[in-house]
Design a binder for this molecule. Structure first.
Ligand SMILES: [Zn+2]
Ligand SMILES: [Zn+2]
Length: 222
């Protein structure tokens, strides 16, 4: 009789009622399905995050907040409402903003670090490395991957994953070690860093509920 899916507003409504009558534990199993992030809009994700907070479902809370950080470019406070604020600690809003800012900075760092990519570097001042670095920077700008444009993280990661390596337009001077020259493999070398970043996103419910500012004392390993 228990429905497999429910509208996000109803899930939060049930969570608030269950919390009031102290029957969170009874609904733990059924709520697992309702808390799947799926293709929800940002406002619905906020309702689901508050529900996962009340149901004390840490994996669902992590998945939902991850979707919010990756896909939402605007402010989180505008997604809030009375029910959300009554259910969830206000620190969640700060932590969402904080983790998204950090993720954008890290993404910008991964992308810009490409100019120092050590594969394909020539140290003999022939211009080989700089012509590639310049072509790479121009490519980032053309693909809208400049640091100030990284509003939607999931979209930027998708573009970066598909972006082919640049082909320089400028020539370099002849070089005694020209036989050692190789094109830098930017795309291959940033793949792991992008995957690492993607895996590190999402808030830990244990940390938030314990009120701890650091993950060092968390009951799960970060
Ligand atoms: Zn050279
Ligand atoms: Zn934690």
């Amino acid at each position: 009789m228990v429905p497999q899916t429910l509208a996000a507003g109803n899930v939060l409504g049930i969570a608030i009622t269950a919390d009031k009558y102290d029957c969170i534990d009874v609904l733990k199993f059924a709520s697992g399905n309702w808390l799947q992030p799926r293709q929800n809009k940002a406002g619905d994700l906020m309702l689901l995050a508050a529900a996962a907070y009340l149901f004390q479902n840490a994996p669902a809370f992590q998945e939902i907040t991850k979707a919010m950080i990756l896909n939402h470019g605007g402010p989180y406070l505008t997604l809030s409402c009375e029910e959300v604020e009554s259910a969830m600690n206000w620190r969640v809003f700060c932590l969402l903003e904080e983790q998204r800012s950090f993720a954008r900075l890290r993404l910008a760092e991964i992308l810009l670090a490409g100019v120092n990519d050590c594969t394909g570097t020539c140290v003999h001042k022939c211009g080989w490395s700089s012509k590639y670095a310049y072509a790479y920077l121009k490519l980032l700008e053309r693909q809208d991957l400049w640091p100030t444009h990284l509003l939607c993280i999931s979209k930027a990661i998708e573009i970066a994953e598909k972006m082919p390596d640049p082909i320089p337009e400028e020539p370099s001077v002849s070089c005694t070690f020209g036989y050692k020259h190789a094109a830098p493999e930017y795309r291959r070398n940033r793949r792991w860093s992008l995957a690492d970043l993607n895996n590190s996103i999402g808030l830990c419910l244990h940390c938030i509920r314990s009120g701890s500012a650091t993950s060092s004392y968390c009951r799960i390993e970060h």
